[in-house]
Ligand binder design. Structure first.
Ligand code: FAD
Length: 402
């Protein structure tokens, strides 16, 4: 890779990790193009990393230990039950939940700081077109064009690199939305009785709420409460493309509040009501599968390559694993042609991407589209159904082979 000109499109989690992977594999002329002008660390909320995946990624050099995190160890499953006096609802199961919760912006910053100064990191640089030819790949911005030997598409689920490689691939709608929100934990004094190491899954017919504490953004002190409310019962916002995170206020927040009041125990509904409009988002849910992670000189990584429903809690982990495997494949190639190394990367990662997407669909069916009224459901508990969806324990991402 020494003399190769390599570009990375996108400077988020996958983009920073890809730049690091190329550098470690020996590339010396690396340029990252990130369309955002501002510091990405100011954005994002909570991101979970399974303890086992964290250990593997730390060993591989893609996660450190300096970013603050909150350790979760348990999950409690709740249902709303009119006969239960507890405002949190009736607890129907508890199981292990070994996840580190990070603030997305802090995790991104740790990774960004690892990217060496020899990498040219261009912000406010949107790639408007990609033309791959036999001898080089050309990236176009609004004002200029640049040729590279290798282009890594780390530009998320609406990737322009993927559009050039596989024009017909697109996100498929799951037919439901998630409402997301975050609030400072001290805005809800009665949350003190909710153990800090425990997350909640509050389940109801055709949907559920996930809630946990996460560290606050850079420069803040005190934790935040992060919640995600999935429901197949709503229609607000369905005109939007799946995967798109929308900062929608007004009607969407009212719909979320109505759903929360109708279906959640009062403690959890209060989270939705206490969320400020600026901290409220709507996300249409979908799946994205690509036929391959590699097409000639174009390589896909992170959400650009495969994007699973957020139930799997593996987006950031998968992006970092993709980078670690790309580094190994390119590093092992030595002086051999890259296309062989890229095929190793493709073979290793497509199976992984397909598995997390399939798992996301199973969770989506079990906990959203086909979810019964768990409070009166005579069958297995939601925790048991969860186990049936995930017999191999792939929640939070598959194992990164040593
Ligand atoms: C600002 C931000 C905040 C996020 N917050 C959270 C969060 O709180 N919790 C969570 O679980 N996930 C969050 N995500 C999503 C999460 O990062 C991804 O699902 C996962 O980590 C995979 O990352 P990725 O780098 O593949 O994709 P993404 O994180 O989506 O990054 C894609 C990057 O490519 C850039 N880009 C796209 N098109 C172009 C183009 N044409 N030219 C140049 N650059 C381009 C985008 O600006 C973006 O920075 C966030 C993503 C972003 C961008």
């Amino acid at each position: 890779m020494t003399g190769a000109r390599a570009a990375v499109v996108g400077g988020s989690i996958a983009g920073c990790a890809a730049a690091l992977a190329l550098h470690r594999a020996g590339a010396q002329r690396i340029t990252v193009y990130e369309q955002a002008h501002e510091d990405l660390a100011r954005r994002g909320v909570g991101v979970g990393v399974h303890n086992k995946r964290h250990t593997e990624l730390r060993t591989a050099g893609y996660l450190g230990t300096s970013t603050p995190w909150l350790q979760l160890s348990r999950r409690t499953w709740f249902v709303r039950d009119a006969t239960c006096p507890d405002p949190m609802g009736r607890s129907v199961a508890t199981d292990a939940f070994p996840f580190r919760m990070y603030h997305w912006g802090r995790l991104w910053r740790e990774l960004r700081e690892q990217v060496p100064d020899t990498v040219t990191f261009r912000t406010g640089a949107r790639i408007t077109g990609v033309h791959a030819q036999e001898r080089e790949a050309v990236l176009h911005t609004k004002t200029s064009s640049h040729a590279f030997d290798l282009v890594v598409g780390a530009d998320g689920h609406r990737s322009v690199v993927r559009a050039a490689a596989f024009p017909r691939t697109q996100l498929l709608s799951a037919g439901y939305l998630a409402w997301r929100g975050v609030l400072r934990a001290d805005r809800m004094p009665r949350a003190r009785r909710w153990p800090a190491d425990t997350c909640a899954y509050v389940v109801f017919r055709e949907g559920h709420l996930f809630a946990c504490r996460v560290p606050g953004p850079p420069g803040s002190d005190g934790p935040q409460i992060n919640w995600v409310l999935y429901s197949a019962n709503q229609s607000a916002g369905t005109g939007h493309a799946p995967g798109e995170v929308l900062a929608e206020r007004g009607a969407c927040q009212e719909a979320a509040e109505e759903t929360a009041d109708a279906l959640l125990p009062p403690f959890w509904a209060e989270l939705v009501h206490l969320t400020e409009p600026r901290d409220f988002l709507v996300q249409p849910i979908g799946d994205l599968l690509t036929p391959s992670y590699v097409q000639g000189r174009l390589v896909l990584i992170g959400d650009a390559a495969a994007c699973a429903r957020p139930h799997v809690a593996a987006g950031a982990v998968k992006a970092l694993q993709d980078a670690a495997v790309l580094e190994r494949a390119l590093g092992a190639a030595g002086n051999r042609p890259w296309h062989e190394a890229l095929q190793h990367y493709n073979t290793a990662r497509t199976g992984n991407g397909n598995a997390v997407i399939a798992l996301g669909r199973r969770f989506g069916e079990t906990l959203v589209t086909e979810a019964p009224d768990w409070a009166s459901h005579p069958g297995p508990s939601p925790a048991a159904c969860w186990q049936q969806c995930d017999p191999a324990g792939e929640f939070g991402g598959l194992r990164l082979p040593a």
